[in-house]
Design a binder for this molecule. Structure first.
Ligand code: SAH
Length: 346
């Protein structure tokens, strides 16, 4: 398998068959070799720097019914909340003091946040924190709406494609949602000049190694600035309540492949990684990730943004424990920096 890692390092991509071979045939030696190369590639561009993003979970109302997600519309046992502009600004204020220079507003698809309300929030943050970047992660929308967000000052947008295979996509979502529309959104966002993030879940129900290879090839075509991946984790009040979760091991392997494919990529070591393993976040960094997104949401809403069971929200991954996160990263040889942390062209 080592020859495929070498080939990937050199060509930045493989054929679908080769990706399948590499993923399906992986073993501890290949992984170690892949991780070592991923760290090397990452350090050439980003050194030992780790960028932090303050995650603000804007709303847990959602009009969609994704089969995997705990805050899906059909789940009547969620206590729903929406943050007001003043609350968002207070989160940013606290985050700024802690050293955050990027704020990520993530939420369900909630029509309450129409273009007027959303652009007002974006403009207010930009006015108060002009040296900060704003990232949005609010799901699918029209070109015109994304354009309004961009004009109001949003810099980046995260929208995971979830799975690039349309048939697999249809097994994870109701029929009114489509892989095609999600991809259309991603291309619209790129055209509008956002730094764009995509990604997928690892180990989602019905996923095959071929699907994972297709995810990588779709990303090669999209050429995003950021890619977030994390293990699928079941939520007890969804149709996938009894499905197996994805593994740390495969997620780390996929993450390291991404680093070799896209040397400059911004890759978060995600909350889902930290949820399935107490050292998941560190291992993500040691496999090539360079971003961490601590939770900055108001404390009283954190338990309500439960997209999967046992999602960690108030411990080490939260902004209150930033000093401990810094210490953990220092222990493995990395340094959390105060910076916007934009994408670096190679
Ligand atoms: N509504 C926004 C934000 C979704 S939450 C959007 O559509 O983009 C962010 C990500 O969490 C999703 O893109 C999905 O990949 C991930 N996620 C949702 N449910 C999950 C689960 N049960 N396990 C793991 N990840 C999940």
């Amino acid at each position: 398998m080592q020859h495929l890692v070498d080939k990937l390092l050199k060509n930045k991509t493989l054929t679908k068959e080769e990706f399948v071979q590499l993923i399906a045939g992986r073993n501890p030696e290949t992984s170690e070799y892949l991780f070592k190369n991923a760290r090397m590639v990452r350090e050439k561009i980003y050194g030992k720097d780790i960028y932090i993003r303050g995650l603000i979970e804007l709303t847990n109302y959602c009009k969609n019914d994704c089969y995997y997600c705990g805050i899906r519309h059909a789940n009547k046992n969620v206590s729903r909340y929406r943050l007001k502009k003043e609350q968002v600004l207070a989160c940013c204020e606290q985050g700024y003091r802690l050293g955050f220079r990027t704020f990520v507003l993530q939420g369900g698809e909630d029509p309450y946040y129409n273009v007027n309300r959303m652009t007002d929030i974006i403009r207010s943050i930009k006015q108060r924190f002009p040296d900060c970047a704003i990232t949005l992660s609010l799901g699918e929308n029209t070109y015109e709406t994304y354009e309004a967000y961009r004009k109001a000052g949003a810099d980046r947008y995260l929208l995971r494609h979830e799975t690039a295979n349309p048939l697999h996509y249809a097994k994870l979502h109701p029929s009114i949602m489509s892989s095609e529309n999600r991809k259309r959104c991603l291309y619209d966002l790129k055209r509008l000049g956002f730094q764009v993030g995509s990604g997928f879940m690892v180990g989602s129900p019905f996923q095959t190694v071929e699907h994972l290879a297709e995810d990588l090839l779709f990303l090669a075509e999209l050429n995003p600035h950021m890619v977030g991946i994390g293990p699928f984790i079941s939520h007890h009040e969804t149709p996938f309540a009894n499905e197996k979760s994805g593994t740390l091991e495969l997620t780390l392997f996929m993450l390291a492949i991404l680093r070799l494919m896209f040397p400059s990529l911004l890759i978060p070591s995600t909350t889902a990684l930290g949820t399935i393993d107490p050292f998941g976040r560190e291992q993500g960094i040691l496999s090539g990730a360079n971003v961490v997104m601590p939770n900055l949401s108001p404390l009283d809403v954190r338990e309500k943004y439960m997209i999967y069971d046992n999602k960690i929200a108030t411990g080490l991954e939260s902004s209150e424990y930033l000093h401990m996160l810094k210490e953990q990263m220092r222990k493995i040889g990395y340094e959390v920096v105060v910076a916007r942390g934009d994408y670096k062209k190679q």
